[in-house]
Structures are given as C-alpha cells and as structure tokens.
Design a protein around this ligand. Structure first.
Ligand code: ADP
Ligand code: ZN
Length: 287
C-alpha cells in the first residue's frame, strides 16, 4: 500500500510516497509557479504509483471548513495564480481516492506530535519562521481549528523600543509576521538573515518579537511543547534568547515546562511537514 503526501509551499512543493511503515520511498521537489504547471509535475510524480490516499499540507490561507462550498481551496493568498485554487478538487479529479487537507504548519505540528519532539506529549504548537510566520496546534491528538485554521503569524505585537520598521504585512501594521519573518529582517538591515549571524541586535530584536507571540500562545493554549522551525530558526542562537525573553515577559504568571524542554526545535527537522502529511494520508478514510 502506498501513501502520497504534498507539502505545498509558496516556493516549492515537496511530494513524497511512503509505504505502510511511513518509510519514504521517493520524494521530489517541484517549484511553485502557476497551478497548471506545478500540478502537472505533481501528477507526473504520483501517476507512477497506485495510491491509497493523499495528505496535503498547504500554504494558506486555505478553506478547511467541510461545510463550506470552497472547502479544499487556497483562498486569499497574494501568490499570483493561486487565489481561489481548488486544490483538493483538482487532486480528486485526477485520483478518486481520499484526500486529507490541512495547512502546512498543522501538518508539521501533527508530524512532530506523532513522530518528533512532541511525541510523548498531549499537545504542541508548531511555528514556522520563514518567508512568513504560521503556526499550527495539536491538542489530545486533534489538529485545532474552528471556523477556519489559526493564523498565529498575524498576532499583533508591541514594537521593540529601538525598532522604527513598520513591518511588511499588507493587512496589519505591527503584526508578528510583518515584523519578524525573514523578509522583515532583510528589509530592516538590507541583508538576508543568513548574512547577519554575527550581529547580536538582530537576534535580540527577533527574540523580543517571537517571545511575545509565545507568551500569548502559552496563555491561550497552555501547550506542552512549542516547536520552532523554518529558515530563520536555523540561527540556533535564537533559542536561548527567546527562552530568556519569554521568561522576562511572562514573569512566571503561569507555570510552564522547563523552558529548555518547552521552546525547542523540530525533532524531524525539515521533514516535519511532509511526515505529518503522510500520517494524515494513512488516517484519512472518507473521500
Ligand atoms: P519558506 O518560508 O519559503 O518555506 P524558509 O523557511 O527557508 O522557506 O524561509 C525563508 C526565509 O528564511 C528567508 O527570508 C531567508 O532569508 C530566511 N532564512 C533562511 N535560512 C536562514 C538562515 N540560515 N538564517 C537566517 N535566516 C534564514
Ligand atoms: Zn499581518
């Protein structure tokens, strides 16, 4: 039995095939261009296998509400060509098999919960800090969503006293993504984060913003683990800075696990999302 997975990102789609044991048999990376072009390559890959089901974790915003007419669509993305793209419908038209559908970060949270650094916990949040910021949560084995999926990246945060950058989010002035995702660092310093490793103030400011968000997530959900992934988190010096700033801001108002076990990196590394998609594929039954 084969399972398929698509981790659909704004830059690339990662597609994978696994067996029953969730061992990845083959994977490919496909550039995200236009839907017709990208999906043609996705189908060329999956056509080689007879699949039981597919799990998709997609960039968003997406419609995850099963009662909605546009369930399975990517909705208001600014990414050209992908607005109102019927992702699940397009896949189901090609393969008449069950399709699991969630956000990329929900899938990553689920992957970490089942097989990564949250596997002995009952709850976790996964936050990616990359081109954008997004988060997903799992509580008692269930991915958390309501009317729609969470948008943890657009939390409003207090500006850092030394920061006069306004943020790049076209919707909000002063949201976390606008002030702390990779492009914010690049806009503020005219260099990519990768080239700023030695500049302490960059990471102190970054930690100030991320810690605020983590304080808020903690107050709302009280999860057992907060897992931080994405390109910006490759700067490992951020972890102790975030923990320290988190402690400063929380002021021990609520009890948390030891911060070294609480604010942590993904056990599955860059495979958290695709692993979550594969697990979701094994669990989906209805079409
Ligand atoms: P995406 O969010 O597009 O899936 P990434 O998670 O790799 O991809 O995020 C890309 C962003 O992260 C870019 O803004 C990039 O500058 C930043 N980034 C990638 N690697 C690093 C690094 N080692 N240090 C700091 N920033 C990085
Ligand atoms: Zn925003």
């Amino acid at each position: 039995m084969y399972y398929g997975a698509i981790e659909a990102g704004g830059t690339k789609f990662v597609c994978a095939i696994s067996n029953d044991q969730l061992e990845i048999i083959e994977r490919v990376s496909i550039p995200t261009t236009k839907p017709e072009e990208t999906m043609e390559q996705v189908f060329a890959f999956f056509d080689q296998y007879s699949l039981h089901s597919i799990g998709i974790g997609s960039f968003g915003p997406i419609d995850v509400n099963k009662n909605s007419d546009t369930y399975g669509y990517i909705t208001t993305t600014p990414k050209s060509g992908w607005k109102q793209f019927d992702f699940v419908g397009t896949v189901k038209q090609r393969y008449d098999i069950p399709v699991a559908w969630t956000t990329d970060v929900n899938a990553a949270a689920y992957g970490e919960y089942k097989k990564g650094n949250a596997q002995h916990s009952n709850s976790c949040i996964y936050l990616t800090v990359g081109t954008g910021i997004g988060g997903g949560a799992v509580v008692d084995g269930k991915i958390q969503q309501g009317y729609g999926h969470p948008e943890m990246g657009h939390l409003l945060v207090r500006p850092h006293p030394n920061d006069d950058y306004q943020g790049f989010c076209p919707y909000h002035q002063g949201c976390l993504e606008g002030l702390a995702a990779g492009p914010a660092i690049e806009n503020r310093y005219n260099k990519k984060g990768q080239e700023l490793e030695e500049v302490d103030e960059v990471w102190e400011m970054e930690a100030f913003y991320l810690a605020q968000a983590l304080v808020n997530y903690t107050l709302i959900l009280r999860p057992e683990k907060i897992i931080l992934g994405g390109g910006v988190m490759k700067q490992k010096q951020l972890f102790p800075l975030i923990r320290e700033e988190f402690a400063n801001q929380m002021k021990q108002y609520v009890e948390t696990p030891d911060l070294n076990q609480y604010i942590i990196d993904p056990g599955l590394g860059d495979n958290a999302g695709i692993t979550g998609c594969l697990i979701l594929a094994t669990e989906v039954s209805e079409s």
